[in-house]
Design a protein around this ligand. Structure first.
Ligand SMILES: Nc1ncnc2c1ncn2[C@@H]1O[C@H](COP(=O)(O)OP(=O)(O)OP(=O)(O)O)[C@@H](O)[C@H]1O
Length: 258
């Protein structure tokens, strides 16, 4: 079953075509990678799926319903959340508070109830904290619950971003360069986490990533962009051996282990 379909997606910025006629179908619970050289249009593609940008033309369907024209918070309520290439945590808030913020859209409390400290609201908020602890445990940050997010090491900050994103209980999770800046040990831990999330959290994952070891290891399918165009898509083995992809990207310094 396809959870996400992208049809003829094009984005132009003035005279520049950042993505051109991109098509993609993503099966439920699949792990899909979007790869390609710098400036290929990968982040623009994510920005259109999450409604940061509206496409110039084309459509994005989540379970058959178009997301075009929605606002970012509406896309998030429909079940798509993301992390960012440049980490965007609330650095002066604690690790726990960052996860609670991610969870907020699912909480049924109203600010009046919160202000008045109504008992049923207190219960909802207590439950949210318990869930937030569980999430932090899951992403391996249980020892940093009350630490300010800005004090965490880089790899831990990336895991906190994932924790905050999964707190919204997404159907589709977009990860923008989750392994960027990580050392090999952190990357391995991240690889295991991504792999585990799709079954344990019943989530579909799309990631932009330059670490080809990670991409080849965990992806069910890979889409390759170059200069805004989709030049190939297929299983890791097909992509690894695709001449066009080697020419445009893999042969130019991207690490590809088999
Ligand atoms: N808001 C914008 N206004 C104008 N041009 C933009 C905007 N956002 C992206 N672009 C341009 O669109 C093209 C694609 O950029 P994009 O950031 O999507 O590439 P990318 O594949 O994510 O690159 P990287 O791997 O470096 O993150 C680039 O030429 C970029 O300069």
């Amino acid at each position: 079953m396809n959870i996400l379909e992208v049809k003829h997606l094009t984005k132009e910025f003035g005279g520049l075509t950042a993505t051109s006629d991109i098509n993609m179908t993503v099966e439920k619970n699949a792990i899909t990678a979007v790869i390609g050289p710098n400036g290929a249009g990968k982040t623009t593609f994510f920005n259109m799926i999450t409604a940061v940008y509206q496409p110039t033309s084309g459509d994005i369907l989540l379970n058959g319903k178009s997301l075009v024209g929605l606002k970012p918070h509406q896309v998030s309520q429909f079940g798509i959340t993301r992390t960012f290439q440049n980490i965007r945590l609330f650095e002066n808030m604690t690790v726990l508070e960052n996860v609670l913020v991610g969870m907020h859209q699912n909480l049924k409390s109203h600010w009046i109830g919160t202000l008045l400290q109504l008992p049923h609201i207190r219960k909802i908020e207590e439950d949210a904290r318990v869930t937030a602890y569980d999430i932090l445990n899951y992403v391996g940050l249980e020892n940093y619950v009350n630490e300010n997010a800005g004090n965490l090491a880089y790899g831990a900050q990336r895991r906190l971003e994932i924790g905050r994103a999964i707190a919204a209980k997404p159907k589709v999770l977009l990860l923008d360069e989750p392994a960027a800046g990580m050392n090999p040990k952190e990357t391995e831990r991240l690889t295991n986490l991504i792999h585990d999330m799709r079954t344990k959290l019943d989530v579909t994952i799309i990631l932009i990533e330059h670490d080809m070891n990670l991409v080849m290891k965990i992806s069910d399918s890979i889409y390759v962009l170059d200069h805004g165009e989709l030049i190939a898509s297929g299983k890791p083995n097909e992509i690894r051996n695709n001449k066009k992809v080697i020419e445009a990207y893999l042969g130019k310094g991207a690490v590809s282990n088999g």
